[in-house]
Design a protein around this ligand. Sequence first.
Ligand SMILES: *[C@@H]1O[C@H](CO)[C@@H](O)[C@H](O)[C@H]1NC(C)=O
Ligand SMILES: *[C@@H]1O[C@H](CO)[C@@H](O)[C@H](O)[C@H]1NC(C)=O
Length: 656
Amino acid sequence: MCAAREGRWGRRQRALLCCVLVAAWEAAWGQLRYSVPEELPKGSFVGDVAKDLALQLPTLRDRGARVVSADRTQYFALHANSGHLVTAERLDREQLCRLVERCVLRCEVIVEGEMKVYGIEVEITDINDNAPSFRESEPELRISEMTAPGSRFPQAEARDPDVGVNSLQSYELSGDEHFSPSVQAGADGEKRPELVLAKALDREEAAFHELVLRAIDGGEPLRTGTARIRVSVLDANDNAPVFSQAVYAVRVPEDVPVSSTLLTLTATDADEGINANVKYSVKKATDLASEIFYLDPETGSIRLVRSLDFEESDSYDLQVMARDGGGLSDTAMVSISVTDVNDYAPEISVRSALSEISEDAPAGTVVALLHVQDRDSGANGEVRCSIAESLPFRLERALDNYYSVVTSRELDREEVSEYNVTVWASDSGSPSLRSSAVLALRVLDVNDNAPVFAEARYSARLPENNAEGALVLTVRAWDADWGQNARVRYRLAEGRVRGAPLSSYVSVQAETGALYALRSFDYEEVRKVGLWVRAEDGGAPALSSNVSVRLLTVDENDNAPQVLYPPAASAAGAGWTGVELAPRSAEPGALVAKVVAVDADFVGIDGVRAFLHSYSHEVSLTANSRKSQRRWAADSCCNTLPARLSSEVSLALSSI
Ligand SMILES: *[C@@H]1O[C@H](CO)[C@@H](O)[C@H](O)[C@H]1NC(C)=O
Ligand SMILES: *[C@@H]1O[C@H](CO)[C@@H](O)[C@H](O)[C@H]1NC(C)=O
């Protein structure tokens, strides 16, 4: 009634068995031994107990034979009808015996009716039902690339619970020529696999190696277990950075904006981590270049920190360096050439200039000296100067970059009194830049214009009997010159009137040109006066011009008609004068008498007409213009004028 296994529990089982034997049972000593492979299905045949114990089958059946074991699990059963020992459970040798080489299960057959017990040992034989296995199926390994070949890297061994040939026999390694397998036999007979570095690693060539370690047992069929070993190669700073180019050349226009990136250096380092962390620096550069360019240590970009100026320098050379975290470095040259851009306009500077010029200055008179320059180079710095063609000035090249501005003809202040002469300077760049300078030039007056009267001739009508000092007319002359040269003064030219000096008749006010009558004019005495007024300017020498002035005296009715016939009565005997005799037989309309009167005033206005003052009805008067219109019979002064003057004569008529 006990089961025992050899090995760890053997002693306890044996003691138990002794107890059993000491019992009152009459034990029939017979030891049956069977052997079955593990993993048989339940109910598989183990051994023919009845036959081997020479027991009659009916005995077994009737006497109550049964199998007992000390284990909680009954692994075997007795088949009563056949007397066969069969498996009652699936038997797993590895589970039942673990590491025990020889796995034996014990049990007893008890025949109760006969009070007999028979021991049975069943050896469970191993079958190759387990494959070797690694605890970690994908172990990782980190190895520095500097590791010397021959170095060993022990690996965890695989386990195979089977025994004997069914257990782990060997290892195989595949996947990479850099590693070869090796097996170390441990003191306990274990086989420890190792990786041996067969060939130096190079991270830059292969950063990872995938290895397959296979553990193989010797069973039939063979079973294997694999572990995929991932070897990471750790970097060693075995590579210096390398610039992508030995010389970086770039051309940039000088007007590139500040903070533009001109180029970017690239250095690569085959290492990794800090060993591949490349920093850029300028190894050698002029002070000017260091001031202008900034090399970003991280990105390698070269930026502009100050504006370029072709005229300052047209190229820069920098020696640059790339250094990795491990101190290895490379150098390269950077050549930056600056191209000219038309960024400067020409500059005109007036070195000397007149501010005034006399209008009679001869053509070719220099009025200014200019200096022109352009700080650009080549075509961008070639300057052409010009002046508007409409102006009476032209440019003459004096020296290199010097121009003189000269008059191209005589000037006329009266036409243009001041000039703003704009001188343009333009360069030949594209687009062209230009600038200008303005020369302000005032034209000085020269007395080159005589006064000019407003009218070609003047005439005025002056009513006779004028007041002395009456204004007759005003002459006016203009002078195109300026200042004193334009200051006109008037004066009367010499002349005589009726033997007397003209100046006793009229005068001209010098400043205003007003002509005054100095005496009262009598039409009947002076009917017209011709004179010249001279206008003279204040220049030196003075210029003058003359204008003729005609004064006409206008008649006024200042004379009464004078009766010439019949003669006036004597002063003593006022009244009738003369006696005209008219025949009695005179027809109506017959002439009876004739009166003749004259008037000193101008005919037409102051003509004479005769009319009867008192008369008889037989007599009438008829005007007769027999001689001329100048001879009217009586005063007929303009009806409209109040100043009608008259004289009277009395006629005495008597009929015969
Ligand atoms: C010349 O320029 C000045 C200043 O700009 C201006 O006052 C003047 O009127 C200009 N003269 C002419 C003739 O354009
Ligand atoms: C003006 O008259 C003066 C004298 O009568 C004479 O000498 C002078 O030449 C004249 N000038 C002109 C411009 O006619």
